[in-house]
Design a protein around this ligand. Structure first.
Ligand SMILES: C[S@@+](CC[C@H](N)C(=O)[O-])C[C@H]1O[C@@H](n2cnc3c(N)ncnc32)[C@H](O)[C@@H]1O
Length: 297
């Protein structure tokens, strides 16, 4: 799986520690398609509907409909890949994940046109450039807590440079990531406590970006076409997940033990507070590959 020492973000081991906990565990409290990222809500939506609305947003944002090949960086349990080939006439949908459990799960769906790979974006060598790229909820893992701001920006620049290389000319990248918001200075007590807890207990070797990091990192590679901050949508998603967990506490405890239940309850409560207060943001960004060479008129 490539040279991990040159990595600036979460290693395969750190990713597997989280996502390979148990597919049955995540099935209990995520929606039926097992989408594990902030949903896009409209009045009256169930969690499942709001997750599908979010997937549809990214498919439209990446202009993926009817394309020959689409790459998903961080494909989770495959909900987007499935939608691309079943509902959006995409001939080949390639998904990357570092989680063995997710990889096995997507493989077992056996979807014509879907190729899942247990591989980091840093190692992926496309046969030819993709027509569109979508990445939802993976960018958070691309830098770790021990990095300086400059090192984080450098890590993100590596990602955008690589994503640009993997895209056709004029291609779109639809990105979703949560990020540190602007509500508190980064040194405030609540932020420090929750950041340390999440990095230690939930998402090891992982630290989310700030908007300024992303803005700096895309320079020369991508331009912003559209961007929304939907932090309240992520707060509502966390609330739904938490309620599902509490409703099914007995089943979860039987599966994973009380300590895991408590840990995830704390994680989702901290996340809910973060998104509700603006300590955390949730960005959906439509990016277009920059073509620096202009023919003078
Ligand atoms: C929170 S999950 C989101 C999954 C899915 N996009 C969704 O919304 O349900 C993060 C995903 O990013 C993947 N990931 C993390 N770091 C990665 C890397 N360097 N290369 C490829 N995938 C990575 C994980 O394996 C996981 O599938």
């Amino acid at each position: 799986m490539g040279n991990q020492t040159s990595r600036k973000g979460a290693s395969a081991q750190a990713i597997q520690d989280h996502y390979d906990l148990s597919n049955d565990f995540y099935r209990i409290w995520l929606d039926p398609n097992m989408v594990y990222s902030g949903a896009l809500w409209q009045d009256g939506d169930s969690l499942e509907e709001a997750q599908i609305r979010k997937l549809e947003h990214h498919i439209a944002s990446a202009r993926a409909y009817g394309k020959a090949s689409v790459l998903e960086i961080g494909c989770g349990w495959g909900a987007l890949l499935k939608r691309l080939v079943n509902d959006h006439q995409v001939s080949r949908a390639v998904g990357l994940t570092l989680s063995q459990a997710q990889y096995d799960w997507v493989r077992s769906m056996d979807l014509p046109g879907v190729e899942v790979r247990l591989e980091a974006w840093q190692d992926h060598q496309p046969v030819k450039p993709y027509d569109a790229i979508i990445s939802i909820g993976a960018f958070e893992h691309f830098a770790s807590l021990d990095l300086s701001e400059a090192q984080k920006v450098a890590a993100y620049r590596q990602f955008f440079a690589r994503a640009r290389e993997m895209l056709v000319r004029g291609g779109f990248l639809s990105l979703q990531t949560f990020a540190y918001g602007s509500a508190y200075p980064r040194t405030s007590a609540i932020e420090k406590e929750s950041t340390q807890f999440l990095a230690r207990e939930i998402f090891r070797e992982t630290d989310p970006p700030r908007l300024a990091n992303i803005a700096e990192a895309i320079e020369g590679y991508f331009e912003v076409i559209d961007m929304h901050n939907d932090r309240l949508g992520y707060a509502k998603t966390c609330k739904e997940w938490l309620e599902n967990m509490r409703k099914h506490k007995a089943a979860i405890v039987a599966l994973t033990g009380e300590a895991v239940f408590e840990r995830y309850q704390t994680y989702l409560s901290y996340s809910y507070i973060g998104f509700k207060t603006g300590n955390l943001d949730l960005y959906r960004i439509t990016l277009r590959r920059l073509e620096p060479k202009v023919v003078p008129i």
